[in-house]
Design a protein around this ligand. Sequence first.
Ligand code: ADP
Ligand code: ZN
Ligand code: ZN
Length: 827
Amino acid sequence: MPHPKPTEEQSPRFVEVALPVPLQKLFTYRIPPGLADLMRPGARVLVPFGKQTLTGYVANFRTELDRQSDLTEDEVKDIVELQDAEPLVTDEILGLTKWAAGYYATSWGEMLKASLPAGINTATERVVSITDTGRNELSKKGKSIAAKWTFLELIADNGELTEREIIKVLGNTSKYRISKLARSGFVSVRERTVATKVKPKLRKSVRLLKIVDDSDDAKPLTEQQQAVVDTLKNTGGEMIFTELLARAAVGASPVTTLAKRGYLEITVEEVRRDPLLKNEAAEHEQLNLTTEQKRALAEIAAAITTGKYAAFLLHGITGSGKTEVYIRAMSLALARGKTALMLVPEIALTPVFSRRLQAIFGQDVAILHSNLSPGERFDEWRRIRSGDARVVIGTRSAVFAPLENLGIVIVDEEHDGSYRQNESPFYHARDVAVVRANRADAVVVLGSATPSLETFHNAHTDKYKYLRLQNRIGGRPLARAELIDMREVFKRAGKDVVLSPQLIAAIEETHVRGEQTMILINRRGFSSFVLCRSCGETLRCKNCDITLTYHRIDGYLICHYCNYNVKTPKECPFCESEFLYFMGHGTEQVEDILRKRFPNLSIARIDRDTMSRKGEMAKTLHAFDKGEIDMLVGTQMIAKGHDFHNVTLVGVISVDTMLGMPDLRSAERTFQLLTQVAGRAGRGNLPGRVLIQTYYPEHYALRHAVGQDFEGFYKEEMRYRERLGYPPYFVLASIMVVHGDLKYASKSAAIFRDSLDRANKDGSLRILGPAQASISRIKNKYRQQIIVKSENRKALREMLDQALNEAEARGCDRRIVNVEIDPVNLM
Ligand code: ADP
Ligand code: ZN
Ligand code: ZN
């Protein structure tokens, strides 16, 4: 949709603004005189919203108010401030986020906010001042020392104070007193904006203006001033300010004096915070593509040449050289004057990979991921916006990077769960990437060794062109995978054991050969849960409907959903018996068992607990790569992307918890994980082996994973999806009504269900619920879920909108209803 630039003749008086609030509508504001000509769609504006001031985004202009709209001339408020003369948001991203908000039934403003680097928006703070009524009241204080008087006195003494300042003096509870006293009219509260959190980084440099010779009859220089001049002379006449001070061993004042006297000039320039600055550059070797790679690249190249939209699935087994194809394809797009965007999963964006891309594309590359400091992210983003960076590599939200003239979009490991944003605004970056390419007449390549069922289905039905890489580079054989039937092991040992004799023997053999092992366990912590053998109760989180995980390192039970933790009790809190049992195994416990069993192996663990410090993960992986560590134990963080040439054994301790999750994608995820993990073994020239311990060796996901048989798995899984009415056959929506009061949540959910039934006139929707979600409570909020299925996406969206409107009219609060279109998991 075109955004008409306002013209002189009929200057718009109003503007519709997208606000980052969970409501699917735009808000109308009046344009103050003089601003109309300066405003562009996509520019940020500060606007009053209730009692707050929010940053919104200019969406549309209006010359008249809509008569249907519920606001009158008098009610419409003025824009407080226009923040960008040059809009931050490009027209393309404005259109894309609008589409995404519509598609995912969420707020356009939230989507826009998510598209920008965090910290770019102006923050506001609350300022409290005392009113005349308040001063009057204060005069009645007498000798009382009640909190109210202390509060009023503090404000009166200072004239006005920010909320933060008040809390500093009077403590956190004073927050509530502010609202209370404001209601009584004793104080007034307003919002004021504070400066943007991230700013360009500036650097001062100093340049020598005239070469000073000793016969000059001007006032002689002091010793320090002379040192400054000499230092500058010796280094070619120009230096960075701080460096100059250090070298000349002086303070700032002789430099500024010299500047005043005209000897030198101090300039301020912007510098870039480069996230890769500290990295040594990688070598870039030119490889000869294999026949398969050439064939795939040729098809993509042809599509790039036409300058039209085309979508590909690059289905290549692990180690088949997909990355090389991506890089060549991006280079081709650049050579045609276009830009390139590459999305990677959270975990795969390693410094090693970034360096490699930088070696190839130089300063053209910008990196966007969540580990960057806000300053780095801001600078990278602005290099993209200004056109200085033409290749972007990034995680999920980089799908909204403001590249113009886009030629190619690549989504590596397209099946990866981290592309899904699991909080509002919900979106799937892979799907947004495809739509973005389509709207921008660009080529999109989705790559994976284990495509998601949706994507594979799209390739089957010719929505995507199918490209296959069947062989591993250098003809390296795939790892041989075997299932270990833990029922047999149990029978023979007479008890539950964590390590089967087969796995133990394999670890020993691997070590004897001087090779390395990885052990995958899908749960962090020591044990999965604590059970009382006397009364049968499990120890659960007090805020969530979930069992607590025992972490032995600090002796605490921790909730992995809300971080609630308690010291592990000695006896059962329910029946006071001493028979507490620690059930299931986490990474901590497996590490422990392995250390005891293999005392001469050096073992390291990788999971969220050990890797919370920045750089820790890279360090451990590096040590493993160099062979300083024999065995790596970890969660699925270790399963993806890494390329260790000496790993020949991968053990999977228990795949059953993952398989048993009450979720429609648990089989698919298990299959993908096992295939990925098998790809870790035997990357070098040595043959690899994968041992998977399970109590369900008959499960089709396991059978096909062992056989590396994607098509076989796909066929069986598709039958199951069809029978149960799941994607890709059906479109799903999950509606989660979340509230701290169970009755209120249930009532709202019931109203919503009723409204859905009415919207569902033709009966084409299948509606399930409301029912308790699988995790019925998180962070003290009850979760009531309704699941809607339809074969027709458009009909589903329309009926949902209708139901949302009707439910709202009937008193169901829209803000507690979380709608998720295409949910990735249903828990
Ligand atoms: P995938 O992403 O498909 O798992 P990679 O792109 O990581 O595979 O490639 C696996 C390995 O093969 C890498 O070490 C890569 O450098 C190497 N490689 C890729 N293409 C070639 C080629 N044409 N010739 C030689 N080595 C290659
Ligand atoms: Zn008990
Ligand atoms: Zn919890």
